[in-house]
Design a protein. Sequence first.
Length: 346
Amino acid sequence: MPFTAWRNMISALVLRNLLLDSISYRAFFRKLAQEMYSVGAKGSYLCMLERPIWVSENEQPTLPETLRLVMWQQGGRGEWHDLANAPLIHKGDLAKGVPFVCKDEEASGAGDGGAKWIAVYLLFYGSYQYGTLSVEVEPADVFFYYSLSVQISSGLRYLSLALRQAETNRLLEGKNQVLDFEARHDKLTGLYNRMGIMESLAEYVGGGLRRKYVAVMADLDHLKQINDTFGHVAGDEAIRSVARILEQALPSKSPVGRSGGDEFMAAFAVTDGNSPEEVTERIKEACERYNDTAKVPYYLGISVGCAVFTDGDASEMEAVFRRADEALYEDKKLRRESVIKIDQLK
């Protein structure tokens, strides 16, 4: 293989190696220091602009007074930094080479008595100017390192786009999580909505162990009367209060949701202390405590209906909840005729 073709192949391999596993600028610069050493560079350092500059076709490239020294390499030694915390270097020092960074005589080569050739390459991709690459070179290697600087510029451009895309993906993922939460949850109470509760129930009930569960239907008594008498703000607060009572009365981690209006759905596993009767009683007692302590002009009442089923009936959840709904309407017959407190009628 001709020497020039071999050198070109080396440049392409350097680009591949730079991009391999480079998930940050610092990782890219660390890999670059290794690659510069592997291709035989005695010393090199990479200086970056704070951000890429667009240079038009007829414009003369210029450098700011200071750049960020993101990588230097002297033989097998070196340092690399993220762009934000890399040390500053004056543009007038670019031609001094890495000895500007390595102060000890052995690393700088100051004791070898020979003159150094420092080649400074502007790093461009298209019209984007990224910075400079300075390399301690032999005259015969000037064009090889120029070819290498082109590959480095391509790598910087690709990495900047990849990192930008990764940030966009992260933001989209966050927005999708928010949208998914909103799609599955009720805005007023923070509980699941109907879609969310049905999905949660499908995950909660299962396993084929023939465990007993309880489907719960509940609703707020006389919501229309509360809204008509005290306004919808009071009605919304009553709905939120029901949500809090159900969350506290039901066993831990039981799925519970507001299926619409004044209606709620839930399910829980039957265990010691968590029978349908015991959980229903806890809900009723919580309502009484609320009515004794809350400074609201109405009584809070929750009608509750339960239906026992096993996880083998999970595919028939709609039918199970219809049974719970029938029990709910039986419980409604025992509710107060009015939720307005007597002192509000005076």
